[in-house]
Ligand binder design. Sequence first.
Ligand code: FEO
Ligand code: CA
Ligand code: CA
Length: 665
Amino acid sequence: MTQLTGRRSLLPLLAAHPGGRSPATCRYRCGDACSQPVPNTSDNSYFGDVARSAVARRAVLAGGTAALAGAAWSAAPGAAAAAGEPEGGLPGAQGRGRGFPSISPTPADVDDLVVPEGFTWAPVISWGDPVEPGAPRFDVDRQSVEAQKGQAGYNADYLTLLQDGDRGWRRRRGVIVFNNEYTNPELMFPDWSGEVTAEQAEIEMAAHGMTIVEVRRTNDRSPWTYQRRGTRNRRIHAWTAFALDGPAAGQDWMRTSTDRRGRRVLGTLNNCAGGDTPWGTVLSGEENVNQYFDATGAPDPEGRLARYGITSGGRGWEQADRRFSVLAEPNEVNRFGWIVEVDPDDPGSTPVKHTALGRFKHEGATIRLAEDGRAVAYMGDDERFDYIYKFVSRRRYREGDKRHNMRLLSDGDLYVARFTGDGLQDGQYDGDGEWLPLVVDGESRVEGMSVAEVCTWTRLAADRVGPTKMDRPEDVQPDPTTGRVYVALTNNTARTPGQIDEANPRANNKFGHVIEWREAGDDAAALRFRWKIVLVAGDPADPSTYFSGLDRRGVTPISCPDNVAFDGEPGHLWISTDGAPGTIGTCDGLFRMPTTGRDRGLVQQFLSVPTGAECCGPVISWKDRSVLVSVQHPGEGGSSAYPYLGDSVPRPGVAHVFPGRKRPR
Ligand code: FEO
Ligand code: CA
Ligand code: CA
């Protein structure tokens, strides 16, 4: 065990936070991103597209922060019809809906997992459950680095279920893969006193990464249970070897004292959202990696550290492992911030960091095949005023050829999105979009930067081509039934009235919004698209909210959309939230919003997660009414006993909601 030469005090928790998250979430997950200066200081215009319409400009400015969206939208009762959808208008529709009665908003201090009538739930796997052979049972008082390396990681985020088949017993077996985004030392360690020891830092490193575990259920009304001895069980943590591939692999700036070739990295960090691929692998996004690296005193002549928010660390890991000191190991930081690909069928495989997909605060990546079979990856850079990206593979997908398909993300074109408004005369916040090229046909389209540089310092490359600064783009996901793409824009309280545009129309955007777009010709590889806002979140009593034109009295409050998912039924958009407690005073939860038909915009709440928790990674199969969610950081900022196993230790993990009688508590 490495001994800490000196203890490092964690900074005092912030008393209040503008973005809606709890102070502890900010501290440990994103390194207090909202309290730091906005890293994007480029001079891309904010206001150009709205300013095209004097009418729009007047409406926006007159409305100020709160009234703008609602005033303009409610002044346009034909908006939904104009968009080619039937008008909604279902006053008092809360609790109606198809398939489940909406639950009421849950006060933020309630420590329970609340599900609708007719459903029950069970924990599938929780932090510390043994996963790999020889791993011990969870014991909060006997934690060790070796134990944690074989046990389920902390803070479950992205989650996917890969069933072994689609019929018979194969349907009821499979693997779940979930990200372990970050750690809460104040909740993990009973003796934690505000200082992290070297051993605790290493336990935290072992609790980061991903967990892969086999699951089974006996029938469609029983819970998924994890298999202690599953042959595909695997933990991926801060010491798991990853291969680097793509343009940045092997470059000088990827080489370190322990990896002279720049092609092999230990670990993946801050894995937030992700996506599964048509070829049976799983993608995961390395998000707020800046917080693990202490760059105190490190030179930064081109702003390559500052643009990524890499400053003074905060985790204290540099005292346990020198690679987290930028002064001691200047290039290690370049080896994080990527999309990683893991083959869950082969626990001995080496996962890959795909540098062709660019380096930024990757929320996740979701795949859709283009008409000609190229793989398209949609990606958000989760930072205030950062961008949405798209990767298009050079090679084409080959059905059944996993080896070939696992190289699709190694080589291709990279684009960043510009949203152009068409004014508000049509009563819609909508317009055209364009994918601006960064790399095409193996050549850089950014003056003064090579392909490998564009891929490594992608934010700096994008700044030069004029994309639209968004309100924290998180999940970007195509609906497999309609092909329309949805992005959750969580919030951005730093946006001022002078910085609004038609795609980000709310200043001090505390509650976030959702944009839908349709690629030209419905081809995922198209370079143009049409977009519109389908949800401006918040309490429906707030006139700045918008629910696809539906009467706001009929919907339920929703705040800070983060993950989006689809359930196999046409136009069923599911949204999980991260930030409701600090913005609308309720627990975070999982919501469904139809995007087509007469219920378009009818937001209903399906479940709420326990106090302090964020709801992540939903996997929904509506055909059998099966909903899997990650319960992340229960008890953060307070206390929780989730998953309620008789002690008071909060254990983030995966829960399964399925038809049944309410679970007694
Ligand atoms: Fe980890 Fe973008 O939330
Ligand atoms: Ca418009
Ligand atoms: Ca997220």
